[in-house]
Every structure is written in structure tokens, then in C-alpha cells.
Design a protein around this ligand. Structure first.
Ligand SMILES: *Cc1c(COP(=O)(O)O)cnc(C)c1O
Length: 505
């Protein structure tokens, strides 16, 4: 007798695929329905030659429940993944996004039937513009990387309108997130990488040498990916502006700034935000993102279409106002996403902003900074922190010295943390710190959580010195152990092949 799916699940180190489970005839519908495909699809459209799994409802439910229990997420444990801002996502935001008036609204509903939704978009745009010192925001792009692309398209349209087509270079510091140079290359710009100076920041002298008549945009992150504030930002902005270029702010990680300082005041002309990071929207695992872009006054005409406009008197919204989507914008780069924006995320972000208020958001940033510095000081007791000074929302430690001493790399520590029930810090960038561990606790971690994390990491470093081999084997207690990362990247095997058939589904 073939094993049951429960036996299979216990026996396998991995959960068997749905395809490997089931028996012919199991998938009898629970409700005998006249809506069965046979009753309304023409016979020639029906197929029975697909190797689909034949499972009962219970088997399918158990399969997906098992998989869900193998997941790790912010709702389960500490997730200090630097640059990703994995903070608690208050459930009330989801409740707001699930209100039937928002959830069930058709994206093509005429404006007069969608006033509430348009007001949400309008108010979120204004809130973001005020928080970050920009003239206007568009909620259109779906994620940070797409927002970068959109912003560079705006820069391109702007220079074209000014007859400055020779501006083809984008300057990017060597600490930048990988999406920055990638977005610039996609728009057809040439990327010039800027070497950071000794204190991990942009060197105005180097920048002066790099800019000129061909400079289109300088893309910067501030605080940068080392978690350090670029204190010469005013001079940097002046150098780029004097050369005729635009300053772009990568605001994917805006968690350190809210209510404290604004990119608009630092001299940035355009920027993006990841509301799925800073403004508590569940993300990770490739979930839907939301990347609003903000622009200064001179770039407003180029924003993607449509934008939300409001008629009626100035001032707070009232009954006298009507909201509308405006499409007729001749200088716009056009729509970059279907259906105006990832609308449910706009609701979540606005709910978060209103729940906190201006003072609350400042407190969020202050606590995020405090938590990061608490971890930095504690972790510096047993791991090298190359730029060990007051940081903002995150900091970068290095396992380089530990590796020299023991052979244990940042990767091994990261895998060891997985065994201990933590998500690992980011270890693949910033590229200028070898064996980096980029750690971002966020404001929602308690002191007890931070202390327990420090002690776990301290213990792993001790194990590295005593018994490095054991860390090379980690993780041992996760559903998937150490994989051959090169082979996984070069020869991904993502398809199930029915046994014996030699065929691919
Ligand atoms: C996450 C991130 C991005 C990219 O955002 P996505 O929404 O993942 O496309 C860009 N820059 C920085 C600094 C980031 O942390």
C-alpha cells in the first residue's frame, strides 16, 4: 500500500509536493455542483491528460498548513534584516484596507463613485509630501526599484525638455543598494561609481571630479546603507546642482528621518519611498510592494499619470471637495502601473500615518535609532564594527576578523542564527564592508528581544572560536539545510517531473 500523505510528510525531510500526494478518485467534490466545468465548458475545451494531483480537501488543507508552519516571518520572531525594515505591521491597517468600500471597489469605477478611495490617495500624497519636504507625490510605482526607474525616466524627460540630452551619466556612491545602478542602466544611463571616503561617506572632492556637463542624476541614500548620516549633504547637493544635475533620494529606508529631517530640505529634487518598509505593510517573500515617488516643484509636470486632483476651496477636505483622476498631463512620463497604484497599500500606509500622527512618527524614528545604537554598542563587544560611531536606523558589523581567526564567515553566523530562531541580518551588501552583517532592529523590538539576540550572537561567536566546524553545518533545525548556493543560482530546479515519465509538466 502506498504511504499516506501524513506518513510521507513525517518520513520526508521535506514536505512532499502536492503532485506526489493523493490517489486517483480522491478529489470528489464536497458539494455536488451543477457548476462543475463539464456542465458549462464545451467538450473540446476539457482536458483529462494533465498530471494534476488527486487529493481530498483535507489533504490539501494539511499540505498548505504544514507549509505555512515552516515559514519564518515578522509575526513569528525577530527579523533584523538590514535595509529591509521588517517592523511590526499593525493589524488595524489590514482591517482598514479590507473595508468593503475599499476592497470591493472596481478599479475602473467612475470618479464620483470612488470619492473615498481618491481621498485616501490624495491625503496620503499630501502627508508624504509634508513629511519628506517634496512638492508632490505619485503613488503609482509598485516597489522601490520600479520607483527608481520611474524617477530616472522623469529626469530623462526633464533634461530632454531642457534640450540637455548630453546628460547621460548617473553618479552612485559605492555604498548604494544594488537597485540604484541597475535602474540607471535600465534607463540607458551610464553609471559612475563614487568611492566612499574613510568615514564611510561620500567624498565631496571625489564627487566634484565625477560631475560635469554629462551629469544627469546623483542617486543617494541618507542615512546611507552603513546607517551613517551624510553630514556633508548640503555641499554634495550644491556640487551636483552647480553641475546642472538632479539629486535623487533613495528613501527605501526612511525609518530614521520621520519628523526629524526631510530630503526636500537637504536639497533633493526627487525621491522614492518604500511604504512597504517604513509604513508597515507586510512584505518579504516577494509580496506586493508600494513605491511612491516625490518630486520638487520643477518636476511635478513629469509625474506618472494619473494624478489625483481636488476641486473646491483650499484647506482641509470638506463636503465641498470633489476628487478626480487627471490623465491629461502632456509632460508626464505616463502610467507605470495598472490601476493607479497598489491601492490597498495606500490605505495601510495612511492608516499607519494617522494612527501615529506627526509626533508618533518622530517617536518611531527616534526609537528605531535608539534600538540600532543599543545593538551596535553591545555587538561591538565581540564583533568588529568598522564604522563604529552613532548610527541611524541600522549599522554594519563585520566577520572579517573572525574569519581570519577561525574561518567562520558572516554567512556561517547568519545560518547559525537561523538555527536559533532568528532571521539573519543582511550579508550581501554594502559591498565596501567585507563579511558584512547589516543589522536593523526597527523600533518595534523590545529591549528583551534585543538582549536575547545579542547573547545568541555572542554565543555563536564563542562557538566559532571553539568549534568552527559546527557552524559550517548550520542550519540543522530548519526545514531546508545548507544549500549549494552556486548550483541553486546557476541550475535552479523548479519543476516537478512525474516519476518514470521523463516528462516535464
Ligand atoms: C529595498 C531597497 C530598495 C528596493 O526596493 P524594492 O521595493 O525591493 O524594489 C532600494 N533601495 C534601498 C536602500 C532598499 O533598501
Amino acid at each position: 500500500m502506498p504511504p499516506s500523505s501524513d506518513q510521507l510528510a513525517r518520513a520526508h525531510a521535506r514536505t512532499p509536493l502536492l503532485f506526489e500526494q493523493g490517489q486517483p478518485g480522491r478529489a470528489t467534490p464536497y458539494v455536488a455542483s451543477t457548476a462543475a466545468p463539464e456542465s458549462f465548458l464545451p467538450a473540446e475545451a476539457l482536458r483529462n491528460d494533465l498530471a494534476l494531483p488527486d487529493l481530498s480537501e483535507l489533504e490539501a488543507v494539511r499540505h498548505f498548513t504544514r507549509l505555512s508552519q515552516k515559514n519564518f516571518g515578522i509575526d513569528l520572531g525577530f527579523y533584523p534584516l538590514g535595509s529591509c525594515t521588517m517592523k511590526h505591521n499593525p493589524k488595524v491597517n489590514d482591517a482598514a484596507a479590507a473595508l468593503p468600500g475599499f476592497r470591493d471597489l472596481h478599479p475602473f469605477a467612475p470618479d464620483h463613485l470612488a470619492q473615498g478611495a481618491l481621498q485616501v490617495m490624495w491625503e496620503l500624497e499630501r502627508a508624504l509630501a509634508s513629511l519628506f519636504g517634496m512638492a508632490a507625490f505619485s503613488l503609482n510605482p509598485s516597489a522601490g526599484a520600479q520607483a527608481e526607474l520611474t524617477a530616472l525616466l522623469i529626469a530623462k524627460a526633464y533634461f530632454k525638455a531642457r534640450g540637455e540630452r548630453q546628460r547621460t551619466v548617473v553618479v552612485v556612491p559605492d555604498t548604494a543598494h544594488g537597485t540604484n545602478p541597475a535602474s540607471a542602466a535600465m534607463v540607458g544611463y551610464r553609471v559612475v561609481s563614487l568611492k566612499s571616503k574613510g568615514n564611510g561617506r561620500v567624498d565631496p572632492q571625489e564627487l566634484r571630479k565625477a560631475v560635469g556637463l554629462d551629469t544627469a542624476v546623483c542617486m543617494m541614500t541618507n542615512p546611507n546603507t552603513l546607517g551613517l548620516f551624510e553630514d556633508e549633504i548640503a555641499e554634495i547637493a550644491k556640487i551636483v546642482h552647480d553641475a546642472g544635475g538632479l539629486m535623487y533620494y533613495d528613501g527605501a529606508n526612511a525609518n530614521a528621518l520621520m519628523g526629524i529631517t526631510r530630503p526636500g530640505d537637504m536639497g533633493f529634487d526627487l525621491m522614492h519611498l518604500n511604504t512597504h518598509k517604513t509604513f508597515t505593510i507586510p512584505h518579504g517573500g516577494g509580496g506586493a510592494g508600494h513605491g511612491p515617488i516625490g518630486v520638487a516643484e520643477h518636476l511635478v509636470p513629469y509625474l506618472p499619470t494619473p494624478i489625483v486632483v481636488r476641486s473646491g476651496p483650499d484647506g482641509p477636505t470638506s463636503e465641498a471637495h470633489a476628487f478626480a483622476l487627471e490623465f491629461d498631463r502632456p509632460h508626464s512620463v505616463g502610467p507605470v502601473r495598472s490601476f493607479w497604484s497598489n491601492f490597498a497599500h495606500a490605505v495601510r500606509a495612511l492608516a499607519y500615518i494617522y494612527a501615529n500622527g506627526a509626533d508618533g512618527l518622530r517617536k518611531v524614528s527616534q526609537l528605531a535609532i535608539l534600538n540600532a545604537n543599543y545593538l551596535r554598542v553591545k555587538i561591538a563587544e565581540f564583533l568588529t564594527v568598522p564604522y563604529n560611531e552613532v548610527c541611524r536606523h541600522e549599522f554594519v558589523a563585520s566577520a572579517q576578523d573572525l574569519k581570519r581567526e577561525t574561518g567562520v564567515r558572516a554567512l556561517d553566523l547568519a545560518k547559525g542564527l537561523l538555527d536559533e530562531g532568528y532571521m539573519a541580518p543582511t550579508i550581501y551588501f554594502p559591498l565596501i564592508v567585507p563579511e558584512c552583517l547589516m543589522i536593523e532592529p526597527t523600533e518595534t523590538a523590545t529591549k528583551e528581544t534585543l538582549d536575547a539576540f545579542v547573547e545568541t550572537l555572542r554565543r555563536l561567536v564563542e562557538i566559532a572560536k571553539r568549534d568552527p566546524e559546527s557552524l559550517f553545518q548550520a542550519p540543522q533545525h530548519t526545514p531546508v539545510g545548507r544549500i549549494d548556493e552556486t548550483r541553486a543560482a546557476r541550475q535552479p530546479d523548479l519543476r516537478w517531473i512525474p516519476q518514470g515519465s521523463g516528462e516535464r509538466i
